[in-house]
Design a protein around this ligand. Structure first.
Ligand code: UD1
Length: 421
């Protein structure tokens, strides 16, 4: 894989309108759900991102047909023949584990290579596995593979020890074709799960309760094709909102569902930014100093862990001392060392970062270690004096569609240096 870099000249005031793309984390499970359909599934508003392309590759490797034009994706899974996802594809993207549930429901068998840990934590799959067993699936874990087999799926009563997003999605997709009723308790409540419920129901499934802690699925014998528009990406929208604050700018973010980012809105207002919500757009303006905050990441509707690195970047230049606690992932502070290269003053103790605001950040050579850490450094570079060279921006490409175009249109000074390996 080539690893490109951005060269960003900071301290440009960003101004104007920017449109949020469809949500990557909604599109990925929706693509997996297409496996369950007897017919064609058409998804609109699918962002053109490497994670999405990789998921399309996984589906193609199993024999499905995927057409992806602009932001419309047509999936025909009637030609599906394979049931083993190669390790190489799995390694590219851990979200490919989302095919586990729909594959077992459709084919009664699936093998995936076990996803390893990643830059932010060990990320086990015990909750997915526990839930599938409850539905009658036999799981064997050997040679780094998870082999799942089921003669027939039956409804079950599942209690998740933690409200895992991926486990909730996998179990919903497995249960829609099971015999009888499935209850998922302590389910994750993220908007992406509601979006999945909506597509599944359009396909003929009977799912209720997504968005609450208890999801009830009445199994049906068959599903059909459907068409669906992916919800807007709340993390992308939140990142643009922070860009407005960090550059003393004035940005209107379009195509957002404000209630999906209520913790971001609340924290920005608490720090002194002006946030004006108007239907599906949000205008953020800021002048002067932003005030220090206390933030703790939690499962939805709490403060999203995927916005933690970006907020940490903002708090490095806030007035006073901030305290930021990460409760979802055990190792999600890799951006800290890079931000310190830019002049930030941060101490990490366990899962808590103490951030003492400095007057300004300075451009430096820094490296993106994962997607959201990359977004944090991108924002820091926009606010910093002089130029920043941000390495390994391919991590950012996993989650932000047309980032350069969008930011240039807002007045940012940046260019990409393509590295050929
Ligand atoms: C999804 C998002 C990711 C986001 C995360 C938390 C997608 C494609 N990705 O990831 O961007 O950061 O939600 O909001 O939607 N866990 C277990 N056992 C399990 C499953 C999870 O211990 O079986 C732990 C994880 O290690 C992690 C926590 O639970 O510490 C949350 O993980 P989970 O909600 O499953 O996140 P993902 O679905 O992987």
């Amino acid at each position: 894989m080539t690893m490109d870099r951005y060269v960003i000249t900071g301290k440009q005031r960003l101004e104007g309108r920017v449109r949020t793309s469809g949500a990557k984390n909604a599109a990925l499970p929706l693509m997996a759900a297409a496996i369950l359909a007897g017919g064609q599934v058409i998804l609109n508003g699918v962002p053109r991102l490497t994670d999405i392309i990789n998921m399309a590759e996984v589906l193609k490797s199993l024999g499905c047909k995927v057409e992806f034009l602009k932001n419309e994706m047509k999936l025909d899974t009637s030609t599906l023949t394979g049931y083993t996802v190669q390790e190489e594809l799995m390694r590219k993207m851990r979200a490919s584990n989302l095919i586990l549930g729909p594959m077992i429901a459709r084919c009664g068998k699936v093998n995936i290579s076990k996803p390893g840990g990643c830059a932010i934590g060990t990320r086990p799959m015990d909750q997915h596995i526990k839930g599938l067993k409850e539905l009658g699936v036999t799981i064997r874990e050997k040679h780094g593979y998870i082999e799942a087999r089921a003669e027939k799926l039956r409804g079950g009563d599942i209690y998740l020890d933690i409200p895992s997003v991926g486990a909730t999605e996998n179990l919903m997709m497995a249960a829609v074709l099971a015999e009888g009723t499935t209850i998922i308790r302590n389910a994750a409540r993220e908007p992406e799960i509601v979006d999945l419920q909506n597509l599944l129901n359009k396909m003929g499934a009977k799912v209720r309760g997504a968005g609450t802690h208890v999801i009830r699925i009445d199994g049906v014998s068959k599903l059909h094709g459907a068409e669906h528009i992916v919800i807007p990406d709340r993390i992308e929208a939140g990142t643009h909102m922070l860009a407005a604050v960090m550059t003393g700018g004035d940005i209107t973010v379009e195509n957002v569902v404000p209630e999906h980012i209520s913790p971001v809105i609340a924290k920005l207002r608490q720090g002194g930014a002006e946030v004006i919500v108007n239907g599906d757009s949000i205008r953020v303006r800021h002048k002067g100093k932003f005030k220090a905050l206390e933030i703790k990441t939690l499962a939805y509707p709490g403060f999203p862990t995927d916005m933690q690195p970006q907020f940490l970047a903002l708090l490095t230049i806030a007035e006073g001392t901030s305290i930021l606690t990460e409760t979802i992932f055990e190792n999600r502070f890799q951006h800290v060392a890079e931000l310190m290269r830019m002049g930030a003053n941060i101490t990490v103790e366990g899962r808590t970062a103490i951030i003492r605001g400095v007057p300004t950040l300075e451009g430096a050579f820094v490296e993106a270690t994962d997607l959201r850490a990359g977004a944090a450094l991108f924002l820091a570079a926009l606010a910093a004096e002089e130029a920043t060279v941000l390495e390994k921006v391919n991590h950012i490409d996993r989650g932000y569609e047309n980032l350069e175009e969008k930011y240039r249109a807002l007045g940012a000074k940046l260019h990409r240096v393509v590295k050929h390996s």
